[in-house]
Design a protein around this ligand. Structure first.
Ligand code: ITT
Length: 214
């Protein structure tokens, strides 16, 4: 049974693949790139859950003929900063202002966040990931179809400057509570032990294990 990672973001794939590969020998993890699928899915929803479901459904629709039994897994992630009333949140990928038709780079977004935080005392923040699953699995009746979402949240704070070079996105600015480190000061293995994405995947995997037992 194929689990397709419904993301165009290679940095997410780098974390998701090892998190998922341990679930069960029944599953094979595939990326859109490996399957030759090149689609741009516009994130039109106003919540992480809405956008995660939108991505999982779109990829499931494209691939379900090719793979009668498969699971599309999408990840929508946001950084919520209390001093910015929860921004950038669902708009984390599109935070820094750039000319029409362009997308900001990680560097643009990091610089913009530091700029917005100038003079703000409350630097508390959290990373939130919603994983959406849409799948079809073999069952006694022939086919069991399902949709499910799972969430992972990690509290932290926004540093005064970039710290560390690992990871991606806002990692150099996110100091994880009780670790004394930003995500960018952790290896992928270390980040995968405690991250927002790892927690969400853990919940999603528990759901899959449960339905596999039925
Ligand atoms: P897909 O929609 O194709 O999965 P994306 O990059 O557009 O890729 P999101 O809409 O979830 O994904 O955008 C979230 C943004 O938040 C992402 O572009 C990064 O800048 C940032 N981000 C996501 N996960 C992160 C993490 O673990 N650490 C740091 N920044 C992260």
């Amino acid at each position: 049974i194929t689990i397709v990672l419904a993301t165009a973001n290679r940095d997410k794939v780098k974390e998701l693949r090892p998190l998922l590969e341990t679930i069960s020998p029944l599953f094979t993890v595939r990326t859109l790139h490996e399957l030759g699928v090149d689609v741009e899915i516009e994130e039109t929803e106003e919540t992480l859950e809405g956008n995660a479901l939108l991505k999982a459904r779109a990829i499931f629709a494209i691939l379900s003929e090719r793979f009668p039994f498969m699971i599309a897994l999408a990840d929508d992630t946001g950084l919520e900063v209390d001093g910015l009333d929860g921004a950038p949140g669902v708009y984390s990928a599109r935070f820094a202002p750039v000319p029409d038709g362009q997308s900001p780079t990680y560097k643009d977004n990091v610089a913009h966040l530091l700029h917005c935080m100038k003079g703000i005392a409350n630097r508390e923040a959290r990373f939130r990931t919603v994983i959406a699953l849409k799948g079809a699995l073999p069952s006694a009746e022939g086919c069991f179809r399902f949709e499910h979402t799972a969430e992972g949240v990690v509290p932290g704070s926004i540093t005064l400057e970039e710290q560390g070079v690992e990871g991606f996105g806002y990692d150099p600015l996110f100091l994880v509570h009780n670790t004394g480190k930003t995500y960018a000061e952790m290896s992928t293995t270390e980040k995968n032990r405690l991250s927002h994405r790892a927690l969400a995947v853990q919940h999603a995997v528990n759901y899959l294990k449960n339905i596999l037992q039925q």
